[in-house]
Structure formats: C-alpha cells, structure tokens
Design a protein around this ligand. Sequence first.
Ligand code: HEM
Length: 163
Amino acid sequence: MLVPAAHFSDAILAIHILAVVITFGVTFTYPVFALVGNRERRSMPTLHRIQHRISRFVINPGLAVILLAGIYLASDEHQWGHFFVQWGIGAVIVLGALEGAVVVRGEARLAELAERDVAAAGAGEVVWGEDYRALLRRIGGVGALLDLIVVVTVFFMAFHLGS
Ligand code: HEM
C-alpha cells in the first residue's frame, strides 16, 4: 500500500523530533551525574567515559539525522525562507562544531585526569587536581551553552518563528 505524501512528511517530522529527544535528552541529566560523582568520586572516570561515548555515538550521528530530516521538511514544505529554518541550520553547525572541537576531547581528558586522581588517592579520600576542576568547569559551561541552544531552537521551531 502507498503511504500518502502528507503521512510520509508527518513521519519525517516524528523522526526529526525523536532525534532531538534521543540526541540531547541525556545531556539535560548531566547535573545528576555531577551530583552522584561529587559523593562517589571513584565513579567519575566511568561517568566521563560514558559521556564521551554518548558524544561520539549518540550526539554526533543524532545531529546528522536532525539535519537530514530538517532539510527534508524545509524542502517538502517550502520553508527555506523562514527564520526558524535558517536558525536550525546555524544551531546544528554550532552544536556540531562545539561537540567535535571541545566536548568530545574534553570528556576523554576528564576521564584520564579523574582516573589519575583516583589512582593517586589509593585507599584514601580522592582529591581532585586543579587541572581536573578547571576542565570540568569549562566543559560544564560549554555543555550548559549547548543545552541553552537546544532549548531556544525547540521554541523557535515550535513557534515557526519568522514564518
Ligand atoms: C538542534 C537543532 C534542531 C532542533 C532542536 C529542532 C527541533 C524541532 C522541533 C521540536 C520541531 C517540531 C515543531 C512543531 O512542528 O511544532 C521542529 C520542526 C521543524 N524543523 Fe527542526 N530542529 C532542529 C534543526 C532543524 C534544521 C537544521 C532544519 C532544517 C534544515 C529544521 C527544520 C524544521 C522544519 C521545517 C520543521 C517544521 C515542520 C512542520 O511542523 O511543518 N530543523 N524542529
């Protein structure tokens, strides 16, 4: 049976929205990681490694799905002239650049530094080095900026801003 064109583009919209949820949803829970990690410091190397894998294998491919589905929707509905679509393209470029250039490498380095400090503590209390704390603040700040861009973009898309 043929799928009517309107239903097909609805399915692509659903994929676009699902990709947004799957790609970025987990990043909004990272403050919980930080809270647990503050109490159970020996878990931090593993938590940073999980974040690193999420960036590489969930966020980066997810951005590509969001972009491809968005391009289909904008073309199918002749919406290229609308501000929210142009903003979406800009958002994907900025998110991808920050993820690729800063976050992925930062998370890998955080895992190494946390592992070093845990090993240095032996059986005693884990004390974070200044380099670990500085990098954690930096990556946390960039992560908060990425989440803010996602929130703003969802509002612009939902309001079809500029259409
Ligand atoms: C991080 C980037 C993006 C996020 C978070 C995002 C989020 C969303 C959300 C939540 C919707 C549903 C809004 C609604 O229909 O009420 C939507 C719709 C839409 N998005 Fe995106 N989007 C992003 C990137 C893009 C890109 C790059 C494009 C185009 C190349 C695009 C094109 C569209 C279009 C055309 C619709 C409207 C579909 C319709 O309702 O007719 N989006 N987006």
